[in-house]
Design a protein around this ligand. Structure first.
Ligand code: ATP
Ligand code: MG
Ligand code: MG
Length: 380
């Protein structure tokens, strides 16, 4: 059979590999970690640095096409691979997603609403920041995830101190917005320009990390859902994007929709699609890579997704890690356990997720709340 490759060996790569293997492909993973979740389940595992010429050459030699699962994989590595084989998404699109300033500029270009913000690369730009952006959130332009590389600043003094604390690296200051809720949309776009989308996901974050995703008809008002899907498609189209793209949104207290950021890959908020849709976000990624047809995914069950963070392994002890009570959770109908094969639990580390499907949103919520209570996840 033919082989598909991925740069990055985290859980997203692992779930992509499972989807690819189910469809008859072998998988190849390039990740510096010899024990990466995706590498452990793949036929080829190259553990060099992402920019290592020999590693990239080896990957290109065994693959028919390559994708990425890691947001911060150097865009240059994708560009190098693209010289010899199809790479999706393209380095140019990933480079936009890797830089908040470029990302914001792209949203403006697409005509989608963004948070009021300022780019801060220099002391002069810092001094010139308009007071109406405070209180705000100062975010490093590059390498942030799960709320890392962000500081909330209320006064000018805090802003100045915050920029120094972040190392005076390029940043974006965003006005703190009154959020009513958050949602996201996953689109997949083929090389031929065909685009499909998953239904709008409603997301609950805790401490800057996704905690719960809920998806069913009416999870967000219809008008808002349509706006979000249109905006997500415009963002993908304007990037000439090929692959799976997630667009995150804020819903403001007054009902307005604002684009937050994009991820050039499957996204944590799309994991429910594995068990609640007829095509998952990982299968969509495989299809875009292999030039297979894209069909509009259908949500066949209301779904809740609970993230399983390393914290849960220490719920009953603060020293040794203890496996959560899967026996009890899996006794609830419609629970689907996904664990990423990470042996060491750490606070805030994504260890797995639980998808809960049911015939009605109410039944799904009830089961999700029961599972949360068993695991020690706060109710939602
Ligand atoms: P991810 O892991 O999703 O990539 P990230 O580190 O890139 O996260 P953001 O998505 O920018 O971070 O922000 C994390 C969370 O912080 C958001 O989901 C939201 O809850 C909150 N947040 C971020 N920006 C704002 C804002 N301008 N106003 C209010 N809340 C915000
Ligand atoms: Mg982000
Ligand atoms: Mg985010």
């Amino acid at each position: 059979g033919s082989t598909l490759g991925v740069l990055g060996g985290g859980q997203l790569g692992r779930m992509w590999a499972h989807a690819a293997q189910r469809m008859g492909y072998n998988t190849a993973v390039l990740d510096p970690d010899a024990q990466s979740p995706a590498g452990l389940v793949s036929h080829h595992h190259i553990h060099t640095d992402y920019l290592d010429a020999a590693g990239l050459k080896q990957l290109a030699a065994v693959c028919q096409a390559v994708t990425t699962e890691f947001e911060n994989v150097p865009a240059d590595a994708l560009a190098q691979l693209a010289a010899t084989l199809p790479v999706s998404p393209a380095a140019s699109a990933v480079a936009v997603a890797q830089d908040r300033a470029r990302e914001k500029a792209h949203f403006v270009k697409c005509g989608v609403p963004v948070a009021p913000h300022a780019v801060i690369d220099t002391p002069e730009q810092l001094a010139a920041v308009n007071d109406n952006l405070l209180p705000g959130i100062l975010k490093t332009s590059r390498m942030g995830y799960d709320g890392k590389g962000q500081l909330r600043v209320t006064t000018r003094d805090e802003l100045n101190a915050g920029w120094a604390k972040l190392g005076k690296v390029p940043c974006v200051l965003e006005k703190m917005l009154p959020l009513a809720s958050e949602c996201s949309v996953i689109v997949a776009r083929g090389r031929d320009g065909v685009m499909v989308n998953l239904p709008v996901q409603r997301n609950l974050h805790r401490d800057g990390i996704l905690a719960v995703t809920e998806v069913f008809a009416g999870n967000v008002p219809d008008v808002l859902a349509q706006q979000a899907i249109e905006a997500a498609k415009a963002v993908a189209q304007e990037l000439n994007y090929v692959g799976v793209l997630c667009v995150e949104f804020f819903v403001l207290a007054d009902g307005a929709l604002v684009v937050n950021e994009i991820a050039p890959r499957p996204h944590n908020s799309g994991h429910y699609s594995q068990d609640a849709c007829d095509v998952s976000q990982f299968e969509l990624q495989v299809r875009t890579m292999a030039d297979l047809p894209l069909t509009q995914p259908r949500l066949h069950s209301p779904a809740f997704m609970l993230n399983l963070l390393g914290d849960l392994w220490f719920a009953n002890t603060n020293a040794a890690q203890v496996e959560p009570a899967w026996q009890k959770v899996l006794a609830l109908p419609g629970t689907h356990l996904h664990l990423y094969g990470k042996t060491e639990a750490r606070v805030g580390r994504k260890m797995g997720h639980l998808n809960i499907t049911a015939p009605t949103p109410e039944a799904a919520r009830a089961a999700a709340l029961q599972a949360a209570a068993i695991l020690g996840i706060a109710p939602f």
